[in-house]
Design a protein around this ligand. Structure first.
Ligand SMILES: [Zn+2]
Ligand SMILES: [Zn+2]
Ligand SMILES: [Zn+2]
Length: 944
């Protein structure tokens, strides 16, 4: 026998290179670099090849700015889905996309070019826009990658790439060839100075002085039909307008169907106006003394007829609930070619919508008094004309807020122009586009479920789809008109030539080549004409992004059509979900998606939507660079994304606090596995200590639950469950209890190997259960886990844990159900003991729990259980002794009583437990009998 061992050197203190401090901002970029180098996305594709495919089809963000919280939320959620599907065994490709055409980019480019743009060729403007979009596509791509999102980032899809552009025109032609597209009128903001249509966003409001006039419209239909009291009277209504120049286009007078109207008698004439505006009208028109002779609701005015104040035209009484009582008379002059409400009323009542104002704002086909004059110059002559006809009741000036062109700052007008539409009633498979879309909506799974009603209502009530824009940065509506007869050239052969040209040269080709270079040789119009003119409108960007399903899916074997899932913000019911559905149903008679999920808005803690202008958000990229991309990911996991979600610096800090707890859990596990080699040291489940078996059973249960929650996209439940599991079940309970066994048992003893086996299996499970969320840290932990053969090089290539990995095949282990129930009950007793120890600690009877011995008075059934686990109890409670006593049975006796006393004996120098046997060993006089035995075992092994 050699010299006695130094007891201190025989303690198995934890050891690991896995750092306590994460240094995420420094370390994450290293992982990104490694993934880039190893081609992690391609490696995942290889590993899952042949597995069932699950496609989340990416909705393209708009390439015109840096990422905000909304982007980070949405893209990270998608990453959770793709990674969890991958780990659940699916081949789940992810092709990110970008929406690159459209007005916001063109406006930005306009702003930087200024008036210079007006002299630039469309190709040069498009080049500038492309450069702008490319810059932001690249910026956003880098930022998404920084957040740990995996995907085919080196081959994304973009709406400005030639193959995608050719799909857009092909889809358009498919609609056209089915007869679903027509050209019709629609009023738009129009600048008569720049001779262009303006979008809502290109209009600014400024104060302007306009004429304000009240005009008499004489009733020509039978007044008795409105109200019997009006029979035989000379009846008129009064309209009020600030745009006299629109009167030549006056086709109707609109009344509110529900408002009260009154008939006022003055000087032998009757005037019908809204009751609420009667007083003001009497004052303005100087009808003092007018008396009410009848009262009726506006509904009575429908289909009454009036004489136009100066043209030989019948003006119709119509109804519209947009009539207000803020101003005017409640009888609204309606010119369908010069107002949005007017236009739709015109559609409803089949009114003439011809626009007699040309693109320079000149009135055409009118009376000599105003014909050939510009709109604003025509105001006074028209007022004079009204005066001469005796129908002008009053005239004044008004200062009001009026739309102006953002570019030239001149006042704009509303003007009906020709636009391209897709008819919602277009035939699709013996039904209509609208009805088929509604049918398909029912087959889709909507998350949350109210999404179904929301999109159904939109589809059911929407007007025809206006798909044309008078802009430059987009895909042209690439059709030709015959120069001889003006008709649209309808030819599949010509369409195919355009599709092919776009596929090879992109849509710039439309601007680069004259018509005769594009149409195939010998193309003729049915009228015989052989020379053609190109359409100059471009297509609505929603149509473009609505084609993404056709541009990305069903074109290669790994990316089948339709998609399993679309996941976007709730605003996309109106946007991308909507346009994608119409594009797919209109051309393929089927929905492009099987399921649709939406995420809410990001709000600040006060419940306001976060925005750049309010400055109340957090910059996700800045958070990633300062606190870690992992923190942004954990924040996303922590919120119930189907609701609106809160984001703030404080929340991020709280998430970072939780992150540290998760990290410490892994550190404990790794720290105690330094001498554990699974192949040699693993203890079979049946041979493990009961507490370890119990923890593995619980872990298997949690694992099953977490995997199910991934399947139903309930990431916030996963976050909260795993957080609770790491902090309470593991750190506060299990790990605390294990310390004694791990540190003081003989290194290769069954007790310690059993604990290590449990830790290893828990770590292996946890690292994978968290991997879709903590993408970086799971990979880091993975690299520290004990190596076993057949283990993939990255956690992201692995699968979610199966029960058998945690517990082995337990079908033959009969007592497991009992074990689970036993320990659930023992953990309750443990809680009671800890409470009693806390009291003793406060009373200064003990310091650490190991200074105590407890006596538990339990009723018979509990006592039986406790006795069965007698030898485990002191370790479970972390005390030096446990005595069990039968509780006095009586009415007032508590079910369980814990008595704390100072543990007898002395503190063992090695394990800190108190024992009356310390001092009995002459070789190790400062150690307890347990430690003496351990040292003997160690000496024995070393001796061999
Ligand atoms: Zn202008
Ligand atoms: Zn022709
Ligand atoms: Zn000891």
């Amino acid at each position: 026998m050699g010299a006695p061992l130094d007891p201190k050197t025989t303690i198995n203190l934890p050891r690991t290179e896995f750092p306590m401090k994460a240094n995420l901002p420094q370390n994450e970029p290293k992982w990104l670099e490694k993934w880039e180098k190893t081609g992690i996305y391609e490696r995942i594709r290889e590993c899952r090849k042949g597995s069932p495919i699950y496609v989340l089809h990416d909705g393209p963000p708009y390439a015109n700015g840096a990422l905000h919280e909304g982007h980070a939320l949405n893209k990270t959620l998608k990453d959770f889905v793709v990674k969890s599907k991958t780990m659940a065994g699916f081949d789940s490709p992810y092709v990110p996309g970008w929406d690159c055409h459209g007005l916001p980019i063109e406006i930005k480019v306009d702003e930087s070019l200024g008036r210079k743009k007006l002299e630039m060729a469309p190709l040069d403007v498009r080049q500038a826009c492309r450069k702008y979009a490319t810059k932001y596509l690249e910026l956003q791509r880098d930022q998404f990658k920084r957040l740990g999102v995996f995907g085919r980032f080196d081959q994304p899809y973009s709406t400005m790439e030639p193959p995608y552009e050719s799909v857009i025109v092909r889809t358009l032609f498919e609609f056209m060839e089915r007869g679903a597209v027509y050209k019709g009128l629609k009023p738009v903001y129009w600048c008569i100075h720049d001779k262009t249509a303006l979008a809502e966003a290109e209009v600014e409001y400024a104060t302007r002085t306009s004429p304000s006039i009240w005009v008499k419209y004489r009733l020509t239909s039978d007044p008795a039909k409105i109200d019997s009291r009006l029979a035989g009277k000379k009846v008129s209504t009064i309209i009020w307008t600030t745009t006299p120049w629109t009167l030549p286009a006056s086709m109707a007078v609109t009344f509110h169907p529900k408002l009260d109207y009154v008939a006022l008698e003055h000087a032998g004439e009757i005037y019908i106006v809204a009751d609420a505006l009667a007083k003001a009208t009497v004052e303005s028109c100087n009808l003092t003394g007018a008396t009410e002779i009848a009262r009726f609701d506006g509904g009575k005015m429908e289909y009454a007829t009036f004489a136009h104040p100066f043209l030989d035209r019948k003006v119709l009484g119509v109804l519209g609930d947009y009539v207000t009582i803020d101003q005017g008379t409640g009888a609204v002059h309606t010119a369908p070619s010069h107002g949005a409400d007017d236009f739709y009323t015109g559609v409803k009542y089949k009114l003439d919508q011809t626009c007699n104002v040309d693109e320079a704002g000149v009135l055409r086909h009118g009376l000599p008094e105003y014909d050939g004059k510009k709109v604003f110059a025509a105001n006074q002559p028209i007022v004079d004309l009204l005066k001469s006809r005796g129908v002008l009741l009053a005239e004044a000036k008004i200062e009001h807020s009026y739309p102006h062109c953002w570019r030239c700052h001149n006042p704009v007008i509303f003007r009906a122009t020709e636009q391209w539409f897709i008819s919602m009633e277009a035939p699709v498979d013996s039904s209509t586009l609208r009805q088929r879309a509604l049918d398909e909506i029912k087959k889709v799974k909507w998350l949350p479920s109210w999404g179904e009603e929301r999109i159904s209502n939109m589809i059911a009530t929407r007007p025809d789809w206006c798909i044309s824009r008078q802009r430059v940065w987009g895909v042209p509506i690439a059709v030709f008109f015959c120069e001889a007869c003006g008709k649209l050239l309808e030819s599949k052969q010509v369409n195919q030539a355009v599709v092919d040209m776009f596929a090879s040269e992109g849509s710039d080709s439309w601007y680069r080549h004259p018509a005769q270079e594009i149409v195939p040789q010998g193309t003729k119009c049915p009228c015989g004409g052989a020379s053609f003119r190109k359409e100059s409108d471009i297509i609505d960007v929603w149509f473009e992004s609505g084609c993404s399903h056709a541009a990305v899916l069903g074109r290669e074997p790994g990316l089948p059509w339709p998609a399993d899932l679309y996941l976007e913000g709730g605003d996309q019911y109106r946007g991308w979900f909507h346009s994608s559905l119409l594009c797919a149903v209109g051309t393929r008679n089927q929905s492009p998606y099987r399921a649709v999920a939406t995420n809410g808005w990001t709000l600040d803690p006060q419940g306001r939507a976060t925005s750049k202008s309010l400055g109340n958000g957090v910059d996700p990229v800045e958070i990633a660079n300062r606190m870690g991309g992992e923190i942004v990911r954990l924040w996303v996991a922590s919120v119930d994304f189907q609701e609106d979600v809160t984001v703030s610096e404080d929340l991020m800090k709280r998430v970072a606090e939780n992150y540290r707890k998760i990290r410490n859990t892994f550190r404990y596990i790794l720290g105690n596995l330094y001498d554990f080699q699974p192949q040699q040291n693993c203890v079979a489940f049946a041979d493990m200590l009961p507490l370890d078996q119990y923890m593995l059973l619980r872990t298997a249960e949690i694992s099953r639950q977490v995997v199910a929650w991934y399947g139903s996209f309930e990431f916030h439940r996963i976050y909260h469950q795993l957080n609770e599991y790491c902090t309470t079940d593991l750190s506060a309970e299990y790990f605390d209890v294990l310390k004694d066994r791990l540190y003081t048992a003989a290194p290769d003893s069954r007790a310690r190997r059993s604990a290590q086996t449990a830790l290893w299996r828990i770590g292996e499970a946890l690292v994978r259960l968290l991997a879709p969320i903590t993408t970086f840290t799971s990979e880091e932990v993975w690299s520290f886990m004990p190596k076993i053969s057949g283990r993939p090089e990255s956690v992201h290539l692995s699968y979610f844990p199966k029960d058998t990995e945690l517990t082995g095949d337990v079908s033959g282990v009969a007592h497991l159900q009992g074990l689970r129930a036993d320990f659930d009950a023992l953990m309750v007793v443990r809680g009671e003991v800890l409470k009693a120890l806390e009291v003793a600690r406060q009373e200064k009877m003990i310091g650490s729990g190991l200074e105590a011995a407890v006596t538990i008075h339990a009723p018979q059934d509990r006592l039986a259980l406790l006795e069965r686990y007698q030898k485990d109890l002191r370790f479970l409670f972390i005390v030096s002794g446990v005595e069990l006593k039968h509780a006095e049975t009586g009415n007032a006796a508590p079910a369980l009583r814990v008595e704390v006393s100072k543990a007898p004996g002395q503190k063992c120098e090695r394990c800190w437990n108190y024992s009356v046997h310390v001092g009995e060993s002459p070789r190790y006089p400062t150690l307890c009998e347990r430690c003496v035995a351990v040292l003997a075992e160690i000496e024995g092994r070393r001796g061999n």
